[in-house]
Design a protein around this ligand. Structure first.
Ligand SMILES: Nc1ncnc2c1ncn2[C@@H]1O[C@H](COP(=O)(O)OP(=O)(O)OP(=O)(O)O)[C@@H](O)[C@H]1O
Ligand SMILES: [Mg+2]
Length: 690
């Protein structure tokens, strides 16, 4: 077959990465679309001249090389010719025969898919016919998309070519990210856990996403731990753990309970066992937090196919298969985190240009402002401090959140909580009138903080504000009218209304999950959210890879042995932008061993930091003199061996984890005094269905 004469109609917009190996004046890495066995289009700002020969590798988004070859530039378009679709067309002059076959397969499957792809609407409901008939449970290859939120989580899947949110049996489209233990020692997840938050706040864990992957001693945790109604303690490896009843759980385990609930919602809907997922995380999560979410997925019995950034997921939900060429900004203000990403969408290529955020800014901070205001007013009026009573505080928090949500559409609302105190033998209620104006006054500096982050994300890459075509608002808190007002003022543009703020992230994850099953027909080009650096002496911070570097990326540094004849070198790895070491987040410790035994300054060790497309690190070291690889141990604080205990097994598989716990040296459990059946009885009750 003559592959170079394919018809134009048999080219597809299948996106792949291209790496150019010879000097063509500027382009080194880009993406290629419209691939056929005869050639492709390379997107670039600096297209090489017509006639220039090119030697290249074609890669999948994951970094896997599909094939290498040679080609020649046959036409070019500069930015002036076309501001959105500039680049060049190359004709392949030499590609291996297997490559031609691979392209043929990709083209055929994509043509078939475009023919059957139905126009999807965001947040579309499942039809009854989409439900798999229940004839026993079968294993499936399905990959679900999960938005693991601070306050609510959501699971989605692509069914008959359309992405849909999977409702729970009770018909809820989102699940509260709350885990609790009730008086009988039974584990509650989601809505039942949320219901008991008011009566049993001490044994109800919420907001786990704010603590996961963080050191107990970190400044942030020390500042916030007293604000939670449950107990936060220091666990192994310096991480945070929480107490639920008589047991201690890691945050990975708490998140795993939520993930397991979502997995079961999908399994019960499709009557299939599901064990693969794409899980989203805030773009501004560091490596430890990402690793911790992967670990949580594993504990829940899910293979995490990809960790996806939430704003990128929302962009996929917005732009997938729409033939779009746009620069967008995603503004994601959820319950607990704030993220901004600016990205270019070219068909199914999602290229992040700059990203930033604040993992401690979200709806709960707005709620706290309202609560503090009411507590202060009550104190002024009655000289009674309500803040000591956890139960009243929880009732107040609920009421404040409800009022805040109502005030996004109404302009006035009264909070009424009966009987909160006894004063001179008389019951006193909280009665507080709130107006939209009042909550705007109380929280406007929080909205201003989001605008400062937007500003900073634009300036980090010198992006002209006028070049943004659309602003997508995602996350429940972005529904607040003040957010829309301040965004419109700052960008001189109304935000786009087309994506569902609660569901877009899960939908995007499901679309990416589906793409993984289909040859990866979505290409994500992401950036490193925060700089990676090291400290050798525990004082100075040396940045190795700067923030916003395109992924995957790698950088090397050369280190000399500081001590005579030393055999090991230890480094601490940090992430962050501050010149002050302690203001950055510690992500792990690195030990390089088998150093050549030579006097100080004579060993030259090249340490390579590689960051994969999901912002996860791989570190290696070479002795430059001998050229030998040196053993490297990177202890990320979430790579823990003792996590094997509770999660993966179901009630009938109890034996396995009993053994594992007995074998474990640090069983992570505090004596269970109250439960006569002991720990295993309690464990069993956790796993028994309600
Ligand atoms: N109409 C509304 N007006 C104002 N705030 C709202 C409205 N609806 C929901 N919220 C707030 O949005 C937040 C929840 O948003 P969302 O479900 O997007 O967050 P999440 O995914 O749980 O959190 P995150 O993405 O930060 O991890 C809550 O704080 C809720 O009070
Ligand atoms: Mg969210």
């Amino acid at each position: 077959m003559n592959y170079s004469n394919r018809r134009q109609s048999e080219r597809v917009k299948f996106p792949l990465l291209i790496r150019i190996n010879n000097d063509v004046g500027g382009v080194q890495k880009s993406f290629a679309v419209n691939i056929s066995a005869g050639g492709c289009f390379i997107h670039t700002h600096t297209p090489p001249e017509v006639g220039q020969t090119i030697s290249f590798d074609i890669l999948r988004g994951s970094g896997e090389v599909l094939f290498s070859g040679e080609g020649v530039v046959v036409w070019r378009k500069t930015e002036k010719d076309d501001p959105k679709e500039h680049g060049c067309g190359i004709k392949f002059t030499k590609i291996p025969p297997e490559a031609a076959r691979t392209i043929e397969e990709i083209v055929a499957s994509e043509l078939e898919r475009s023919a059957t792809l139905k126009e999807y609407k965001d947040g579309r409901d499942l039809d009854e016919k989409d439900r798999t008939p229940t004839i026993g449970i079968k294993k499936s290859r399905k990959i679900i998309g999960i938005d693991l939120g601070t306050t609510f989580s959501c699971v989605s899947s692509v069914v008959n070519n359309k992405p849909v949110v999977i409702p729970s049996r009770q018909g809820y489209r989102t699940v509260p990210s709350i885990v609790a233990i009730n008086e009988k020692g039974k584990l509650l997840v989601g809505n039942p856990a949320r219901e008991q938050l008011l009566i049993n706040p001490k044994n109800t864990v919420y907001g786990a996403k704010r603590l996961i992957g963080r050191k107990y001693k970190s400044k942030i945790v020390q500042e916030i731990k007293s604000r939670f109604s449950y107990e936060i303690l220091e666990g192994d490896n310096e991480n945070c753990v929480v107490r639920l009843g008589d047991a201690i759980f890691t945050l990975e385990e708490i998140s795993a309970f939520i993930l397991k609930e979502l997995k079961e919602i999908a399994e019960s809907y499709f009557a299939e066992e599901i064990n693969r997922a794409v899980i989203t995380v805030p773009a501004y999560y560091n490596e430890s937090q990402r690793q911790a979410v992967k670990e949580a997925g594993r504990l829940a019995g899910l293979e995490v196919e990809r960790i996806l950034n939430e704003p990128t997921a929302a962009a996929i939900a917005f732009g997938f298969f729409k033939g779009m060429k746009k620069r967008i900004m995603v503004y994601d203000l959820g319950g607990g985190t704030f993220d901004v990403s600016i990205m270019d969408i070219h068909d199914n290529v999602f290229e992040v240009l700059s990203t930033g955020g604040d993992t401690f800014l979200g709806g709960v901070d707005f709620d706290n402002r309202i609560v503090n205001f009411i507590v202060d007013e009550f104190k002024k009026q009655y000289n009674v401090d309500l803040s000591k009573d956890m139960i009243i505080m929880q009732r107040l928090l609920f009421a404040a959140e409800n009022a805040k949500i109502e005030l996004s559409s109404a302009t006035e609302k009264e909070i009424h909580i009966p009987f909160v105190s006894l004063i001179n033998g008389k019951a006193v209620d909280i009665k507080q009138k709130l107006t939209r104006q009042k909550i705007e006054e109380l929280t406007s500096d929080l909205v201003d903080r989001t605008i400062i982050v937007c500003e900073e994300v634009l300036s980090a890459k010198n992006i002209d504000i006028k070049s943004i075509d659309e602003i997508l608002l995602v996350g429940g808190q972005s529904r607040m009218p003040l957010v829309k007002k301040k965004i419109t003022e700052y960008f001189h543009k109304e935000p786009h209304k087309g994506v569902h703020p609660d569901e877009a992230v899960a939908i995007g994850a499901a679309l990416l999950a589906d793409s993984i099953l289909r040859n990866e027909n979505v290409l994500l080009i992401d950036v490193l959210p925060m700089s990676v650096g090291i400290s050798l002496d525990g004082k100075k911070y040396l940045k190795v890879i700067p923030r916003n570097s395109q992924l995957p990326t790698e950088r090397s540094i050369t280190l000399l042995n500081p001590i005579d004849y030393q055999s090991e070198l230890n480094l601490t790895i940090y992430q962050g932008e501050s010149p002050f070491l302690e203001a950055n987040e510690m992500v792990g410790e690195l030990t390089i061993s088998n150093l050549p035994r030579v006097p100080r300054g004579n060993a030259r060790i090249n340490v390579k930091f590689a960051v994969d497309p999901e912002s996860i690190f791989k570190i290696s070291a070479i002795d430059l003199k001998s050229g030998e690889n040196l053993p490297v141990r990177f202890i990320n604080y979430t790579n823990r061996k003792d996590l094997i205990k509770v999660m993966i097994e179901t009630p009938d598989g109890n034996e396995r984890y009993q053994k594992e716990i007995k074998n474990s040296e640090t069983p992570n459990i505090i004596n269970n005094k109250d439960n006569k059946k002991g720990f295993f009885g309690w464990l069993k009750s956790i796993f028994s269905k309600q």
